[in-house]
Design a protein. Structure first.
Length: 435
């Protein structure tokens, strides 16, 4: 069956009057843009004309987010630990506003294991744990599944690093799954000074790529899927645009100076490699672990583990290039195309990217911890970008000290932008009020 994803349908819903979207729906939820904004926008800074209301202060270790056509906010929650180190299971949280003030006064939860991704598609909700993808029957207007989930894919690799699975749904029931690399640079000894890389890198057989599965078939394993693209170290930010094209933003490698101090200064390591915004097409190879993108020269160069010295291109001349290069180590964790009409014209069709924030930009200040906007023209980014929302971290801009870290993005049926935070599960709804 050729089915358009709900995220594509949303571009049509966003053009309807709010009253039309809400007709026949249960509760007002977050689908009205008239909610009063918080005086301080929930502690974040926004461009002139925009404001924000805090939907919820703390729902747990939130990850990716989606919004239903009726305006309910759905969050993927990671597992957490209590004071006694016992596991607090994650799952999915559904936030509903029944009194129209923009703030959640109902929170519904289901699922017995944590995960990174929640994605609505028609009458189904997809939820990705670290090793599986589940599909729940989820009728429109409901706050919980109508029955047990189907296991679409199980047994996905989740050893070592980059365990979180991200999803995107494209035409013809294509389910795209990010499976991140288990290592920094596929070295013989992980993160060891001067250790060479494995060549060929065996990790590419099952990791560091995008796999395509059938979104409507249960009982699949990785062998049933197709490796759609490779050489992507970790593409937590993964999304299809309104035409069904697949895009992502890749986490670049770490520790050039720490591992190869004879070739790189700490200052160079703070700025290399770029985080790559890419269009992902079938058969693409983006070069990890053999290559990285150097923003200083706008070139993919050979990694030191494979004989590179910071200037040699070698095999990297054949690798797919980024559309935009973002600053190093900002940690892109979600990508969302703006399909609404509430925001000004220049935002329509462009992309928002949530950056979780760096830990390894010393001696430069740590960076990221923000949401940026990249305008598009003719279906492709113009190359420009700007910080859209900032101030999430507060005074201590570091992973442990940050008040909040942006992790998930979604556009609501009224055209508002929702942002989730991984520290305590705070959720913002960003609206445009005009000049």
């Amino acid at each position: 069956m050729n089915r358009q994803p709900r995220r594509l349908i949303r571009s049509f819903l966003a053009t309807l009057p709010v009253a039309a979207v809400l007709t026949g729906c249960q509760g007002e939820s977050f689908a009205t843009p008239q909610s009063a904004c918080d005086p301080d926008n929930g502690s974040i800074t926004l461009p002139e004309g925009f404001c924000a209301v805090v939907v919820s202060d703390s729902v747990g270790r939130a990850r990716h987010i989606d919004v239903s056509p009726t305006g309910d906010v759905l969050l993927a929650l990671n597992n957490d630990r209590g004071p006694d180190r016992s596991v607090i299971p994650g799952g999915v949280a559904v936030l509903r506003d029944t009194d129209g003030d923009g703030r959640a006064n109902e929170v519904h939860r289901f699922g017995d294991n944590g995960g990174n991704e929640v994605l609505l598609d028609g009458e189904y909700l997809y939820f990705a744990t670290d090793d599986a993808v589940f599909r729940y029957p989820f009728p429109e207007g409901s706050t919980g599944p109508a029955g047990p989930p189907d296991t679409i894919v199980s047994g996905l690799p989740n050893e070592a690093n980059h365990r979180a699975k991200s999803l995107a749904i494209g035409p013809n029931a294509s389910l795209f799954v990010n499976i991140g690399s288990p290592s920094n640079a596929c070295q013989e000894q992980p993160r060891a000074v001067g250790a060479p890389g494995l060549d060929p890198c065996p990790q590419l057989e099952t990791r560091a790529g995008i796999w395509r599965f059938d979104a409507e078939v249960s009982g699949q394993t990785q062998r049933d899927g197709q490796r759609f693209a490779t050489g992507l170290r970790n593409t937590v930010a993964l999304r299809t645009d309104p035409s069904g094209g697949l895009f992502g933003v890749i986490h670049g490698r770490d520790q050039l100076s720490a591992l190869w101090g004879d070739l790189y200064t700490h200052e160079e390591s703070a700025e290399k490699p770029a985080e790559e915004f890419v269009r992902i097409e079938e058969g693409d190879d983006f070069g990890w672990p053999y290559c990285y993108y150097d923003p200083a020269t706008d070139t993919k160069v050979l990694a030191p583990e494979y004989g590179g010295d910071g200037t040699v291109t070698g095999r990297c001349a054949q690798m797919a290039e980024p559309l935009i290069d973002f600053p190093a180590h900002w940690a892109p964790n979600d990508l969302e195309f703006y399909t609404g009409t509430q925001f000004p014209e220049e935002y329509r069709g462009g992309a928002f990217v949530a950056f979780h924030g760096s830990w390894n930009r010393a001696p430069a200040p740590q960076g990221g911890y923000n949401v940026v906007f990249a305008p598009f023209a003719g279906g492709s980014p113009t190359g420009a970008w700007e910080i859209f929302a900032n101030g999430f971290a507060g005074q201590d801009v570091s992973p442990r000290g940050a008040d909040h870290r942006p992790v998930g993005l979604a556009v609501g049926p009224d055209g508002s932008l929702f942002i989730s935070d991984s520290q305590v599960g705070k959720v913002w709804k960003v609206m445009y009020e005009g000049q």
